[in-house]
Design a protein around this ligand. Structure first.
Ligand SMILES: [Zn+2]
Length: 75
């Protein structure tokens, strides 16, 4: 069985879906049995979600006309 420190090494890869099936099963088995890692995993998920919200939203291209007016207004 994985140790807790091995778990913390694998958690980002787990959340990114990079683990092999066997690794994922061992990971989930440990999380199922270990309260500390369960809490750690849910904190990691929360952090990742929070970071996702902070990621810059892609700004749509301004139409040329609007951009021209904006430049005229600024200048
Ligand atoms: Zn653990």
């Amino acid at each position: 069985m994985l140790t807790c420190s091995q778990m913390t090494d694998l958690v980002t890869e787990y959340l990114e879906g990079k683990l092999s099936l066997q690794q994922r099963l061992r990971f989930q088995l440990h999380v199922g049995l270990c309260r500390h890692c369960r809490r750690y995993l849910s904190q990691m998920k929360m952090i990742i979600r929070a970071l996702g919200l902070l990621r810059p939203v892609s700004v749509p291209e301004l139409p040329g006309e609007l951009l021209r007016r904006f430049r005229a207004w600024k200048g």
